[in-house]
Design a protein around this ligand. Sequence first.
Ligand code: ATP
Ligand code: MG
Length: 391
Amino acid sequence: MPAIAAIDKLEGILASSENFLQRMHQLGAEPHQRKVMHRLFSPGEAAEMVGRDRTTLARAEPEIGMDAPRRNPGNNRRVGYTLEQVQSFRRHFGTLPWRNPETDPPLVIACQNFKGGVGKSTTCVNFAHYLALKGYRVLVIDTDSQATTTSMFGYLPDAEITEADTMLPFLDGEQKSLAYAVRPTYFPGIDLIPACLVLYEAELGIVMRIGTQTTREQRAAFFHELKFGIQTVADQYDLILIDSPPALGMISINVLLAADALLVPSAARMFDFSSTVQFFRMIHAYIQQLDPEKTYRWISVLTTLFDRRYESQKQFFEVMRACFGESVFQRVFFHSSAVINSAAQFTTPYEQAKPDRAVLEMMGSVFEEIELSILREWPSKAAALSQRGIT
Ligand SMILES: Nc1ncnc2c1ncn2[C@@H]1O[C@H](COP(=O)(O)OP(=O)(O)OP(=O)(O)O)[C@@H](O)[C@H]1O
Ligand SMILES: [Mg+2]
């Protein structure tokens, strides 16, 4: 085979793929194409979410000024409540799970591992959906130039998101607060700071700016930019989830130092395990160098993509438990066709009009364990936890 001219070949690939993206963008620009939340909650589901029985909810509707849910003309049963309506009930009955601003700090959780494809973005988006359905106020920050998370929220990153929409202007010192980059999403309760490919270029920009600083303190400040940015918007949220790039770089270090807790997805497989150990080794070195006094509320490995058909994965999970001890969640995120099929439509199982109950149960069990590790950090929740027998 003759050699191919790299530039010609790449130009050909880019011409057709960018044309495809452009057409997707034109479709996306139609108002009816903007992503919407389709899922409704039956009176039974809403009752469970709010913590009151369905009759109590129905009686409260006029009091709250809520229109009664639409009825199915076939059987005259109520079709269901929207998530906003569920939130109105929670507000009315005092069952919102929000942190107490006097005692409970907002928690910044980074989904981080330098290993690629271990489910960082999947965990980040699905956990954000889980938390929002529970009623928490969530900010998701996409810091990965691949922008998977941004896509999952209904954007075509490289057609619809520009540098000005991302965290970059703040990191570049052009903005004094991150508020400009925060946008509401179609999913009630979740705001997003989106990403696009230009974040990749930011790496070099930050390196060059660091190079011009004279003192060690000035240089170290560049690694804390994201942390400072988050502080400018955090008080409006209970939780801030960060999706991170699968590599060590200036942005990854910013994420590392901005986080209050590290959620480290890792598959129960040999290479993933060794990459995760390497990840811990690298972050140890960077934290020692840049912020030796740094504290985390917790650091926990989440076993992802777990396939119980493979004996080796079960064995590896035991190895991870033995090595990481209490720093690995007991519950595992199973490999699931429902997760793959939802992702193919840029959705999660949580937003399907007819959700797959088994996958919701599986993820609910995983995310409940992570949620508990959050609630333990909030003093106002201590009494409720101890009533449930949780210390
Ligand atoms: N529990 C799961 N079951 C089935 N497929 C999954 C599951 N979790 C993730 N996947 C699939 O695995 C692939 C990688 O997942 P994801 O994009 O979340 O990983 P990542 O760590 O964010 O990757 P990257 O390092 O490229 O950012 C995706 O195709 C995703 O749909
Ligand atoms: Mg990702």
